[in-house]
Design a protein around this ligand. Structure first.
Ligand code: GPW
Length: 826
């Protein structure tokens, strides 16, 4: 397959910002037209919601033109389409990105101002679609942006949840979850086609039958159906004409499903049945990296994957492509194991519905799927109990059994090792019989990749080591990336202007051009401008947090930021121990408050609603903040801000303001991280362990421009082997003892010693992620941070070098690696 025939030619590629598709006069005309004829209001009658919708509909027009042209072009080229299958897309707000892609921002601002409307106010009106939990969902959103920008024929498939990730609130410092009503007023970004719904079956039974060639065959007779309604979102590329599609499926009750119940007069049960079916796409499960094994979750997975595969396979066959050639025209990229039920589903489609021979279907299937693994934590690997699986998808379980039997026979034949056969089985026997989705994914895929160099290596050495020994060539690495459009150009306009002046605008589509900044790291004039941008961004976030959360912050301090989902392995508690230890030492008189470099520590983190330790950590952070922020002893030198409901909208304001990026997971636990990349690209220095993509950031920016601390992965492994006793670290480190004792004393809980007892106990007796073992190293590196920050020129130089040397982390580069190593690899 030739990459040139499979992708749209980048004829529209440009080195300057996109030129607007409308002028201001035309913009005003279309906008007022939309107000009048789709909202039914005059300008004086229009609410902000009316104006927001009219704005979106105006911007959508040129995008829809491009979208239609893209579809025609891609169909005509008849190349390979990349289908990204992901249960999550954490898109963030859409308006700014659409204005950027159409080049309409200035036009819209000018046009609306003639109507006395403030563009920024309308942009702020948008509630972001939070259809993902964290890194995995945000990566999917970055990838579809890059696929479009790189003119690749691609489609994102997922679930159109009615309720995305919950809205976090704090009540007395404790997390309380509220439903996310992102589309309670509808959303103008979505183009829904109920008439194109397709039925998805569940449960029922499997029958013996005779196929059209007179051969014995198996046939699935589902017990019930739900309709999958496609909801399309436009995915505009930047600096190109390509607009791809994100197709999210919404569940609607199938009419035939409950018609007989209606007809029998049982109205109540008919309505209940309808509610049950529509429940499938109702809510995103808020567990991040800790699957819950709930039946509804498996329903969601099968629902969207079955609809997506049928959609793309049918459209490809309609173009005259033969079954055998499907792998030349389709590649399904599995975003972790959540869509892996697609493997038996494609087998069922080919063998049962299209009557292909098993072996032919299997070789097609194994050519079409590729699997990305995003974790190393054993508890994050999905397994489905076979009884649950067989009840919901009886035919798929049969297919999985046959795949497994043939695979294990082959392993037996090749190795004669019965232990290996059991270790590699797709079915686990203990502690309960279950389908191991990572094994199914690995057996059924052509390529398997990890998401950072270290992660891919550890996958091969640990999690999937038997498979990598068996199929060494199947495994590869694609280091994650982030889109420079959203996370630099849109979120940091001041830095973008500075970059445009210094090196031109080409970096937005080719982030490797940031290397041209390198010499400017020694240009004092440039460093000063760079520092002004950072100062501006600090004032901006201070204003946002004051308005949004009532948090008052100084803008001339180190902005030390740790934003990510709350997980023990990410070690928010280590950051907290650092802050508490500073305070404890001031109280104890071993540290002068005046010697503390003024610092604002910002946390942002949601905890899974059922994750007790994570929720207690949130309560402790809030309790420490309440005390420290008003402690006269600290003379205002230390502030903690913990704004509730950290999301993409807030990230876009916060990351550009950071001086220090906290990436402090225990080495060997964070697969990659992507926040780490966003911070470095915005000129924050990283304080980090050698974990995930930190390893590559450290290598690229250089040791002098990175605050490295803590154990390496092999160090942590040996400590675990030797028997880790956290209380020993507590006993031998006076500062650590002081900090933990202060928390245990009830200092942050009005004298109540029991309030944080489970956290304190966990530190002393368990500490699975070895925060105590890394405490001293972390404290020492934070002293180095303060020293360096006092030398403004040295700090700014390092910050500029971080920007200059991290162009590698564009998701455009990740997508190129997927093309070279996976999708177009021969
Ligand atoms: F457990 N990640 C995530 F691997 O955000 F499935 N949610 C998840 O459920 C999983 C992984 C899963 C994250 C990783 O923790 C992070 O290190 C990585 O940068 C990100 O996925 C994107 O690859």
């Amino acid at each position: 397959m030739d990459a040139r025939t499979s992708t749209v030619s980048p004829e529209a590629a440009q080195d300057h910002e996109p030129s607007p598709a409308l002028d201001a006069t035309e913009f005003v005309r279309v906008f007022t037209n939309e107000l009048q004829y789709t909202r039914g209001v005059t300008l004086p009658q229009a609410s902000n919601q009316d104006k927001y919708i009219a704005l979106v509909r105006t911007v959508l027009r040129p995008l829809i033109d491009r979208w239609q042209a893209t579809q025609a072009r891609q169909a005509e080229q008849n190349g390979k389409t990349v289908a990204y299958l992901s249960a999550e897309y954490l898109l963030g707000p859409q308006t700014g990105n659409a204005l950027l892609s159409t080049g309409l921002e200035d036009t819209a601002r000018e046009a609306l101002s003639t109507l006395d409307i403030d563009l920024d106010e309308l942009i702020a009106h948008e509630i972001e679609p939070g259809l993902g939990n964290g890194g995995l969902g945000r990566l999917a959103a970055c990838f579809i942006d890059s696929l479009a920008t790189k003119d690749i024929s691609a489609i994102g498939y997922g679930i159109r949840y009615n309720y995305g990730i919950f809205r976090q609130t704090f009540v007395n410092g404790h997390q309380v979850e509220q439903p996310d009503t992102w589309m309670s007023h509808g959303t103008p970004w979505e183009i829904t086609h109920p008439e194109l719904a397709q039925p998805i079956g569940f449960a029922g039974r499997v029958e013996d039958t005779i196929n059209s060639a007179g051969q014995p065959a198996r046939k699935w007779v589902p017990g019930w159906y739900v309709q999958a309604v496609p909801c399309n979102y436009l995915v505009p590329g930047y600096g190109t004409d390509t607009v791809n599609t994100l197709r999210l499926w919404s569940a609607r009750a199938a009419d035939e499903f409950n018609l007989h119940i209606f007809n029998s007069g049982d109205f109540e049960n008919a309505v209940r049945a309808r509610t049950y079916a529509e429940n499938i796409s109702n809510v995103l499960y808020p567990e991040d990296s800790t699957p819950q094994g709930k039946e509804l979750r498996l329903q969601q997975q099968y629902f969207f994957v079955a609809a997506s595969i049928r959609d793309l396979v049918a459209r490809t066959l309609e173009r005259g492509v033969s079954y055998a050639d499907l792998p030349q025209h389709i590649t399904f990229q599995l975003n972790d194991t959540h869509p892996v039920v697609g493997i038996p589903e494609l087998m069922r489609l080919l063998v049962d519905d299209h009557e292909l021979e098993w072996d032919d279907a299997w070789s097609i299937t194994r050519e079409i799927f590729n699997y990305t693994c995003h974790t190393l934590l054993p508890e994050a690997l999905e397994v489905w109990p076979v009884d649950l699986f067989g009840r919901l998808l009886p035919r798929h379980l049969e297919i999985i059994y046959r795949i497994n039997e043939e695979f294990l026979n082959e392993v037996r034949l090749n190795t004669g090792n019965e232990l290996l056969v059991r270790q590699m089985s797709i079915i686990q026997e203990q502690p309960f019989r279950a389908v191991r989705m990572a094994h199914l994914a690995t057996v059924g895929s052509r390529r398997v990749n990890g998401v950072a160099a270290l992660h891919s290596q550890l996958l091969k050495d640990n999690v999937l080591k038997d498979f990598s020994a068996y199929w060494p060539d199947k495994f590869t690495n694609v280091t994650n990336g982030v889109t420079p459009r959203r996370f630099v150009r849109l979120s940091n306009p001041e830095l973008s202007d500075l970059l445009n002046d210094a090196i031109g605008t080409g970096w937005v589509r080719d982030l490797s051009q940031l290397s041209q900044l390198e010499p400017l790291a020694d240009d004092s004039g440039f460093l000063e401008q760079f520092a002004l941008v950072k100062a501006h961004n600090k004032s901006r976030i201070a204003a946002v947090l004051a308005a949004r959360d009532g948090i008052e912050l100084p803008s001339d301090a180190i902005y030390d930021v740790m934003v990510k989902r709350l997980h023990e392995y990410k070690r928010q508690s280590l950051k907290l121990l650092h802050v508490v230890s500073l305070y404890a030492r001031v109280l104890a008189g071993t540290l002068n408050a005046e010697d503390i470099e003024p610092r604002v520590v910002v946390f942002g983190a949601k905890a899974a609603p059922g994750y007790r330790m994570a929720k207690e950590t949130i309560a402790l952070i809030n309790a420490v903040a309440a005390r420290i922020n008003n402690a006269p002893e600290l003379q205002g030198r230390l502030k903690i801000a913990f704004p509730a409901n950290y999301n993409v909208t807030l990230a876009e304001k916060l990351i550009p303001a950071a001086d220090l990026s906290e990436q402090i997971s225990l080495a060997g636990k964070e697969a990659s991280g992507t926040g780490n990349m966003k911070f470095a690209l915005n000129g924050a220095l990283t304080v980090g362990t050698l974990d995930g993509a930190n390893v590559e950031i450290h290598e690229l920016v250089g040791d002098e421009n990175f605050f490295l601390f803590g154990m390496t992965e092999p160090d942590a492994e040996s400590l675990a082997q030797a028997g880790y006793v956290p209380s020993k670290f507590y006993e031998k480190d006076a500062d650590l003892k002081l900090a933990i004792d202060l928390i245990a004393s009830g200092a942050f809980s009005n004298g109540d010693r029991s309030a944080f007892e489970s956290i304190v106990s966990d530190w002393l007796w368990h500490d699975r992620f070895m925060a105590l073992a890394d405490f001293r190293s972390y404290l020492d590196i934070q002293t180095k941070v303060e020293e360096k920050y006092r030398d403004k020129a040295a700090w700014n130089r390092s910050a500029v070098l971080n920007v200059a040397r991290t162009g590698f982390f564009s998701s455009d580069r990740s997508i190129q690696d997927y093309l070279d190593r996976i999708w177009m690899e021969k």
